[in-house]
Design a protein around this ligand. Sequence first.
Ligand code: DON
Length: 308
Amino acid sequence: MKIPDNLSPLLQQLLTEYQPLAREGKVASYIPALAQVDPDQAGVAFATLDGSVFKAGAAEQLFSLQSVSKIFGLVMAMNRLGDELWQRVNMEPSGQPFNSIVQLEWEHGIPRNPVINAGAILVADVLVSHYSASKTAFLTFLRSLCRCETIYADNKVYLSELEHGNRNAALAYLMKSFGNIESEVPQVLEHYFHQCATAINCEQLATSLLFLANRGVQPGSGIQVCSRRDAHRVNAILSTSGMYDQSGEFAFKVGLPAKSGVGGCIVAIVPQVGVIAAWSPPLNRFGNSVVAMQLISKLAEELGLSIF
Ligand code: DON
């Protein structure tokens, strides 16, 4: 595949074309601090393995990482626990909303996959049990991937979710009742909400995930962030489950491993090429950003990026 030398004009053109679609979505309000975000902001960045970053719009504006944080937590837990992790969480698509509770009871407290809320809370439990200061460990990991020492968790978003996180608490206690959560639930939830509250921008996010496009190796430094096998596994999970119950449609239309967050961001991994991060806060009914979806979809089509 041949990527143009300068992608920024194409990114700007697509952003201008699709930004008006923001009106069709709704900013997440179930976490009250997120509802205060300006719905008209939007940005996109495309980081490539050779060290270039192309961008357009508000690519340097911070937003809430939310569910995209599940990727980083998962990589940390895979590195710590190895194959044992897969006895506690499955790797199948759920076909359910991201915060669904019904399936978890039928399936005896084993989450369908690590990127729905139940699975990510399970992963948070692994981190809390294996790090003496898991929140700091998470930030340290992310900072090293972004090569940015200032990445932080937004306290206002953290406290807002802590106060309004009853459904996640229900998921955690249900798993605990099945013996699948080791630490105390409040501690696990604190870690999970803290990682979701990370403030980041499109440029930092695209850069931080380059190792997934490069068989686990961070380009530039040559550091092996995770094994080649685990990079493959994370990309497989993102391809089948990263966009929740719209994952099938995303694979059908776009064909890239991807993850969305209710802060309005979507990241898409382009193996052997780079990472796209697009952000616009209004969401569709599945909890995926309307503008970011269209933008990544068209970009993938124009450049022929599908892995299929
Ligand atoms: O737990 C929650 O509901 C949020 N902190 C994260 C959910 C999320 O981002 C789902 N993504 N589309």
